[in-house]
Design a protein around this ligand. Sequence first.
Ligand code: PEP
Ligand code: MN
Length: 337
Amino acid sequence: MIIIMSREASAEQVTRVQQQLRASGLGVHLSQGVERTIIGAIGDRSPELMPMVAALAGVERVIPILKPFKLASRDFQPESTLVQVGAAVFGGEETVVIAGPCAIEDEEQLLSTAQHIKAAGARLLRGGAFKPRTSPYSFQGLKSEGLKLIQEVAKETGLAVVTEVVSPHEVELVARYAQMLQIGARNMQNYALLQEVGRAKLPVLLKRGMAATIEEWLMAAEYIMKEGNYQVVLCERGIRTFETATRNTLDVSAIALAKEWSHLPVIADPSHASGRRNLVLPLARAALAAGADGLMVEVHPHPETALSDGAQSLDFAQFDAVIKGLTPLLTALGRRL
Ligand code: PEP
Ligand code: MN
């Protein structure tokens, strides 16, 4: 539940409410606005608690949050969260484009891609140094060597970096090289990892698990936020359905619903959602029309020789065509790159 204190509530009254909540076994999240203080009570509450808290001095209103996710819920925070990474801001007027290869392969591949996507309007460079692959025999990434490469390339081009972290023990390492930590679809419910990125000071890009409901996805965000890190961006990357013509199925309704249920920014990844480069533009358009705050797209200088996800990767000219193809829609939506 959320406790809205009256404008005139004193600091002592706020403290008294917090004490009462803690004594009832609940966690407390304090949000001190310019006008008034809002207290979030986290945890399972007994039915008697709500009227009891409502009767305390200084309390204006108590609102039950019925959704199991609290910190991530729009009931808790009606205004949209803005997440800044480098010079880009997710969740505002800007449509943030993240682009880059699936995996970091070598300097030439990464630098040429970074230079190209930057010139075309992308704000963040992506590239996996740790790759969780469906087959354990597939290329697993360059690991720390890849992190060093992407950091150098980011410095040279002025782009911010988002890269995946797959293990709680590696969060600190990856955080030294990136400006945003990616949690991949396969790790969306890796709770030890969620908690560790929740303790990190960097924004987190949380991909939806391929079989996760929207509620489970938002609960995963809640795990991160509960540790004190509210800088979470959600990424819809397609879910498993009976369809085999595409790698996954982009869940457009999840984008709209996540925006409605949560104040967190939501972006879409049309590359993993489709597995096909010719579907990237139409799916990107659908995602933006549904309210996405940005896109993540795989780009490779030579997709035919890419070590992973070549079939869904765009070459430079194709990436330019996607950006150009989004422009009329962005104008219609009143948004900008
Ligand atoms: C990726 O972004 O390269 C990736 C592995 O994505 P996902 O976790 O969505 O499969
Ligand atoms: Mn990939």
